[in-house]
Design a protein. Structure first.
Length: 164
């Protein structure tokens, strides 16, 4: 007969049994002090117990133990930041509403809307978000440029010409 063993460590999305997806060490919930340069908000993180050798962590929602994404090392966090910067342009430029942008992301990922968050994406999908966002924004710029009327038209003697 097998004994039931209690699994130690925090279990969070993107991990198995509270283990770091990079080095398999345990994950602990702790203050962001010493990781964030400034932590006046009292932010908490799930952090690999081998930090800083293994720099994987994820922020939690204030006042909860709920992670805002999945564990990520420095290079994935940087890629997610870049993906978010490009993604945000879809709604900040007025091309889409914020909700439409998230519906677009869910469709691109072929995932439910509840899972369409850049904080859960790995390298491959972050790169896809960056490239697709760039493509959409460039198409918008091209359309605006090609369809814009550069100068108002004036009539003179029955002919129409561009005013200068």
């Amino acid at each position: 007969m097998k004994k039931n063993r209690k699994k130690s460590g925090a279990v969070i999305p993107g991990t198995k049994y509270g283990r770091c997806p990079y080095c398999k060490s345990t994950i602990t919930l702790r203050s962001a002090d010493g990781i964030y340069k400034e932590n006046s908000a009292g932010t908490h993180l799930y952090v690999c117990s081998r930090y800083p050798e293994c720099d994987a962590y994820v922020r939690v929602l204030p006042g909860t133990s709920k992670p805002v994404g999945s564990m990520a090392n420095g290079s994935l966090r940087a890629l997610r930041t870049e993906a978010h910067r490009h993604f945000d342009q879809l709604h900040l430029t007025g091309l889409m509403t914020r909700n439409e942008a998230y519906f677009w992301l869910a469709s691109m990922l072929q995932a439910p809307l509840s899972q369409a968050h850049i904080g859960y994406l790995g390298d491959y999908y972050c790169r896809q978000v960056i490239e697709e966002s760039k493509r959409i924004l460039e198409n918008r710029r091209r359309i605006q440029r090609d369809w814009a009327v550069p100068l108002p038209l004036r009539a003179s003697g029955g002919e129409i010409y561009a005013a200068k």
